[in-house]
Structure formats: structure tokens, C-alpha cells
Ligand binder design. Structure first.
Ligand code: ATP
Length: 331
């Protein structure tokens, strides 16, 4: 039986975790969940929103499903998400972005994957104030980090029957930093003859994504462009309630929705569990449970295409009614 760390989060985290666990259980797949609480609810007792036991559990199990965790503002704590990614060296942020049946959006047939570098670029946090009126922020791009993210993107493409990997930079302006990322991409692409390499500048990408996102397959980007573009692509398929994600390293992987803890709807039984459920489906594929992943995914798709939706998607169902509908379609 798989042993998987479960961080059920705070805000709407516990409600949507509950829903996803029920659905997985009803699919017939047995998982030994190692529940690890984190976030604002544990600070008083343990002095930190991310106790070491959580990291130890993920290191030991190698895999985690994570609901959103709030980092309290102004109390001196680093972002739980950033800390998790850094401590476990989860260098690849993977955000598959595909239209969902029954969720009407501007474009049909969107099916692309954003692979974002997660550890460096302008997010390395190397900033200094030069004087009252000037601040510097240093963009760090290394061959090592660029190579592992580009290789990750090509390997993902190969494993998932994708045809093309497109490298997104602004190498015409940042000739040294983005230029290095692009050079490394070209080197790595030579090792993958079955996958077509493509290159695009980030501004052109943004224009084309909002004109016709079906022109793209797998995108690989440095950290900052990846952050911005992946929110854009989430918007293409229906927004935060349905946007899944994963942070993957060589030794561990943490699957989590893109959205935050949504304190405004906490405890009201109205959160959409779809983003966490799709993150869990991707997790099941990652651990080789493809049959169960497909089974759960198709139950979710049937539920949505028959018009059963939570209120963020214009429907009327509560979290628990929506969960029960998915379970009905599993059987
Ligand atoms: P964070 O800074 O923690 O990422 P955020 O400020 O981006 O959080 P979210 O917590 O993601 O904000 O919520 C943004 C809006 O989207 C809120 O109005 C929230 O209710 C809504 N929302 C987020 N996730 C869901 C969900 N799963 N179902 C329904 N509504 C959601």
C-alpha cells in the first residue's frame, strides 16, 4: 500500500481534503495517509507554521498531497510554500492546463503544460537597497538549474505523449541570463530527437496564448515568467477552483492546487475541491496508479458535464453534494 503524506492545510483546506480522500477511498484505491498538520493552526503549539516533522514525513514517504496553507502576514514567518520547495529542493513546478468538460471558457481544446523552474531567477531573493531611491534585485540563472528543468520538461513530454517543448525567455534583451537558459535548452533538446523543440519570447507567448492557446503543448520557463504565465493559463480553463499543480524534485514530490486557503469561504461547505482532486489525480499517475487516476478523472468529468457544479463555476452544489455526485459516477 502507498504511504503518502497528507497536509490538510487550513482555511478551506480541511474541507477539500476531506472531499478528495472520500473520492479516492470510494474509487477502491487504498492509501495509508500520514496526516501532517501545518499552517496558522499549529503555530501556537509548535512555534512555526511548518514544523520539521512535516518535512521529515515528506522526505520519508517521498510524496505528499497538500491542501493550501496560510502563512500569517506580519508575524515574521517565511512563506510555508517557499520554505517547503526550498527545503525539499522541489525544483520543477508543473501545472497542466486543460479544458474541463462542462466548464465553459473562451477557448476549447486547451491542453498545455507549464513547467516552471522553481528555485532561482529573480525569486532567489538577492536584493539590496542602494540608496533611498534605488534598489537592485539580482536575476540568477545557472547552467545546473536550467539543465535539470529543461531535461525535466523533455522527459515529461516523452512520458506523456507530448510532441513539442517550447522554451520561453526574453533572451533578446537579457542576453546573458536568459541567453544561458536558452543555450542549455538547445543542448538538452538535442538529446530528445522524438520531441520537437521550439523557442518563443515571453511577450509574444502571452499575446499568442490569449489569441489561441491551442498553439502550445509543453512550455518550459524560468521562475518569474513561469509564475506569471501559469496564472494566465489557469484563467484560460476556468480559474482557481480548477487549477491543479505539483512541485517535483529528484527525491520528493508535493501535489497541490494553485489556489490559496480562501478564508472568505472557509467552513461554508461551498469550496470547489476540483483543483485539489486534479492534483491528486496527477499524483496517482505519478505513482503509477493510472487506472484509478483515470477512473476518478472520468467521474469528475461526467459530474461536470452533466451540469453538477459548485458556485464558483456557476453551479448550485455544496462541496459535499458535489463530492457525493462524483462518488455516484465512480460506481
Ligand atoms: P494565497 O495568497 O494564499 O495564494 P489568494 O489571495 O491568491 O491566496 P485564494 O485563497 O486563492 O487567494 O482565493 C482567491 C479567491 O478565489 C477567493 O475569493 C476565494 O474564495 C476563491 N477561491 C479560491 N479557491 C477556491 C476554491 N477551491 N473554490 C471556490 N473558490 C475558491
Amino acid at each position: 500500500m502507498h504511504k503518502i503524506t497528507l497536509i490538510n492545510g487550513d482555511g478551506i483546506g480541511p474541507e477539500i481534503s476531506d472531499s478528495v480522500l472520500k473520492i479516492i477511498e470510494a474509487s477502491g484505491l487504498k492509501i495509508d495517509w500520514d496526516l501532517q498538520t501545518a499552517g496558522s493552526d499549529v503555530i501556537e503549539k509548535e512555534g512555526t507554521p511548518l514544523p520539521n516533522r512535516v518535512l521529515d514525513s515528506i522526505r520519508k514517504n517521498g510524496i505528499a498531497l497538500k491542501a493550501p496553507v496560510t502563512t500569517p502576514i506580519g508575524k515574521g514567518f517565511r512563506s510555508v510554500n517557499v520554505q517547503l520547495r526550498k527545503s525539499l529542493d522541489l525544483y520543477a513546478n508543473l501545472r497542466p492546463c486543460k479544458n474541463l468538460p462542462g466548464v465553459k471558457t473562451r477557448f476549447e481544446n486547451v491542453d498545455l503544460v507549464v513547467v516552471r523552474e522553481n528555485t532561482e531567477d529573480l525569486y532567489a531573493g538577492v536584493e539590496e537597497k542602494i540608496n533611498e531611491n534605488t534598489a537592485h534585485s539580482i536575476k540568477i540563472i545557472t547552467r545546473e538549474a536550467s539543465e535539470r528543468i529543461c531535461r525535466f520538461a523533455f522527459e515529461y513530454a516523452l512520458k506523456n505523449g507530448r510532441k513539442e517543448v517550447c522554451c520561453v525567455t526574453k533572451a533578446n534583451i537579457m542576453k546573458l541570463s536568459d541567453g544561458l537558459f536558452l543555450d542549455v535548452f538547445r543542448d538538452v533538446s538535442a538529446e530528445f530527437s522524438q520531441i520537437k523543440p521550439r523557442e518563443i519570447l515571453v511577450d509574444n507567448l502571452c499575446m499568442q496564448l490569449v489569441q489561441d492557446p491551442t498553439r502550445f503543448d509543453v512550455l518550459v520557463l524560468p521562475n518569474l515568467y513561469g509564475d506569471i504565465v501559469s496564472d494566465l493559463t489557469a484563467g484560460l480553463i476556468g480559474g482557481l477552483g480548477v487549477a491543479q499543480g505539483a512541485n517535483i524534485g529528484d527525491n520528493c514530490a508535493v501535489f497541490e492546487p494553485v489556489h490559496g486557503s480562501a478564508p472568505d469561504i472557509k467552513g461554508q461547505n461551498k469550496a470547489n475541491p476540483t483543483a485539489l482532486l486534479l492534483s491528486a489525480v496527477e499524483m496517482l499517475k505519478y505513482i503509477g496508479e493510472n487506472t484509478y487516476a483515470k477512473k476518478i478523472e472520468s467521474a469528475l468529468f461526467k459530474t461536470l458535464s452533466n451540469g453538477y457544479k459548485t458556485s464558483d463555476l456557476g453551479g448550485e452544489l455544496t462541496t459535499s453534494e458535489f463530492t457525493n455526485k462524483i462518488i455516484e459516477y465512480l460506481i
